[in-house]
Unconditional design. Structure first.
Length: 110
């Protein structure tokens, strides 16, 4: 593994700080601006740092879940649960329903 540079500025921290102050800056612009301040980084390194910040829940570019994803899944699950509940009631309990499902699985009817 490569040895960590001793002393000097923390490049990742400088990148995150610059991005926080300049939200619309591109990785290339960030690399050039930090280069003028004496911090040599490539645009690819800037992209990697910003991407990792997003993955780890950093404040940069943090988004919530996509709208409608959980609601759609929950609606399908709710309908399935209601159907399963009706089936359990008709068969006289969960154990009877499990037995019936096991028999169906053995017969290959599922």
């Amino acid at each position: 593994m490569a040895k960590k540079a001793k002393g000097g500025p923390n490049k990742s921290s400088a990148i995150r700080d610059y991005k926080a102050a300049n939200a619309t800056a591109t990785p290339k612009e960030i690399a050039e601006a930090l280069g003028k301040d004496g911090i040599a980084v490539s645009a690819q390194f800037v992209s990697t740092v910003l991407s990792n910040a997003k993955k780890k829940g950093g404040k940069i570019g943090k988004r919530g879940p996509k709208p409608g994803r959980k609601a759609a899944a929950a609606a399908g699950s709710l309908e399935q649960l209601i159907t399963a509940k009706k089936m359990v009631e008709q068969l006289g309990g969960i154990e009877n329903a499990r037995s019936a499902l096991n028999v169906l699985a053995q017969l290959g009817l599922t």
